[in-house]
Write a protein that binds this ligand. Structure first.
Ligand code: NDP
Ligand code: HSE
Length: 441
């Protein structure tokens, strides 16, 4: 057998420790699949003294000098499972420029400055693989960047954040409020001590940027993604969705479309949305992820599985390690970044969406007509209207009434302007909730 492929592992936390365990447990199989054994040259961590349980690795391999490890001639492949923008960006650019191959799970860095990594890989001639960065264990990026390269992808719709899917699923199942469901997610170890990146949609937005870049051959960064989290979703919204045969999910949606001049563009957004129970993503519960891809020739494809956790994520990391190790032995590199289409990213205001709007209005003649007039002024067509007594009680004429309006598809800016004007009407006591609707109703 040929000489070993030597790995520098940066990070040995939730994901890194599982990478170490899998490398140990499957060493013979991995060597057979690659044609050479994999060896850990060193493991960079922040705290040398941290208790790492009975990790099957020589303690002498740990170091607090990641750059020294990366620069070592002895290292062929750098596996980064630390996270964050800096110092990870500096490490990976250094490694790639030096011709090493890199495997990373760092979605935040890829979405913030994937260009720096791709450019460095092109300069150094090594591989850059990042399957674990989106949807954990689910083989998704490889199909997008290889298997579907003969096709034209039109739309990618996904649930790509496990923590928020757990929270929304719990709210749906038990009627709990957001805070209560977040507490449960934290107790079960899904949500981080600081859950901001998850519940405010930053994590999903980073993943949306990565998916859109691959699907549309265009560099899309985190700043291009319209982002809304789930902190404003209430138990009443969930109940209202249920009453309409829907559920609420935090969706990432990346879609081709034309702008006002007919030029082809992409729109990329992350926000909570009502989807009908018949939608393929509606049944994705707990902390699972799923991504629905619509392509011209392939039609509809669905990818489903565990999007987070040490072992599932390590599975994706190891798959990449095998691929880059094989490439190095064969003296080849994978196809480089494909960004030739260079499509413009459409502003959110131009995205075509539908709204579900709950209003608390005065219950008197002419109110419905006045409300309908606001929609008409903004060229937004109403699909359905449901009116009941305020608070959903027994029918009858009282002071206030609840009005639930679902629109047809319209530009998001027109819908937002409609809601703004509704808020200013004296007959509208309050706009109780505004949710986008996806996937037909
Ligand atoms: P952890 O916080 O569990 O682990 C981070 C590791 O990085 C620790 O070993 C830590 O050292 C080390 N580290 C932190 N700062 C430095 C530094 N300055 N120098 C050297 N080492 C450092 O993170 P995760 O394992 O959860 O996540 C790793 C990456 O994988 C992130 O990019 C994350 O987004 C991504 N990811 C995570 C998933 C998950 O389910 N956890 C799923 C998909 C992707 P020490 O051990 O000494 O603290
Ligand atoms: N915090 C992320 C999630 C981890 O909940 O999906 C996986 O990327």
């Amino acid at each position: 057998m040929t000489s070993p492929v030597r790995l520098a592992l940066l990070g040995c936390g939730t994901v890194g420790s599982e990478v170490v365990r899998l490398l140990h447990e499957q060493s013979a199989d991995l060597a057979a699949r690659i044609g050479a054994p994999l060896e850990i040259a060193g493991i960079a961590v922040r705290r040398l003294g941290r208790d790492r349980g009975d990790l099957p690795v020589d303690p002498a391999l740990f170091t607090t000098d990641p750059l020294g490890l990366i620069k070592s001639d002895d290292v062929d492949v750098v596996v980064e499972v630390v996270g964050g923008i800096e110092p990870a960006r500096g490490w990976l650019v250094e490694a790639l420029r030096a011709g090493k191959s890199v495997v990373t799970a760092n979605k935040a860095l890829l979405a913030e400055d994937g260009a720096a990594l791709h450019d460095a890989a092109a300069e150094g001639g090594g591989d850059l693989y990042y399957e674990a960065s989106v949807a954990g264990a689910i083989p998704l990026l490889r199909p997008l960047r290889e298997s579907l390269h003969g096709d034209r992808i039109n739309r990618v719709t996904g649930i790509v954040n496990g923590t928020t899917n757990f929270i929304l699923s719990a709210m749906d199942a038990t009627g709990a409020g957001f805070a209560e469901a977040l507490e449960e997610a934290t107790e079960l170890g899904y949500a981080e001590a600081d859950p901001t990146a998850d519940v405010e949609g930053f994590d999903a937005a980073a993943k949306a940027a990565i998916l859109a870049s691959l699907a549309f051959h265009t560099r899309v960064g985190a700043a291009d993604v319209h982002r809304e989290g789930i902190t404003e979703v209430t138990a009443a919204d969930v109940a209202s969705a249920k009453a309409m045969g829907c559920t609420i999910k935090l969706l990432c949606i990346a879609a081709r479309g034309a702008d006002a001049t007919g030029r082809e563009t992409v729109s990329v957004r992350v926000h909570p949305a009502m989807i009908p129970l018949s939608h393929p993503l509606a049944g994705v519960g707990d902390a699972f992820n799923a991504v629905f891809v619509e392509a011209e020739a392939a039609g509809q494809l669905m990818f489903y599985g565990r999007g987070a956790g040490g072992a599932p994520t390590a599975s994706a990391v190891l798959g990449d390690v095998v691929a880059v190790a094989r490439n190095r032995l064969a003296g080849v590199r994978a196809a480089s970044e494909s960004a030739y289409a260079d499509l413009a990213v459409r502003p959110m205001g131009e995205a075509l969406t539908r709204y579900h709007i709950s209003l608390d209005v005065a219950d008197r003649p002419g109110v419905l007509a006045a409300v309908a007039g606001v929609f008409a002024r903004h060229d937004v067509s109403i699909a359905t209207v449901r009116q009941g007594p305020a608070g959903g009680g027994a029918a009858g004429r009282g002071e206030d009434a609840d009005l639930v309006i679902v629109t047809h598809v319209a530009p998001d800016a027109a819908l937002a302007a409609t809601v703004r004007e509704l808020r200013g009407l004296d007959i509208v006591r309050s706009v109780a909730s505004v949710l986008r609707v996806e996937g037909g109703l």
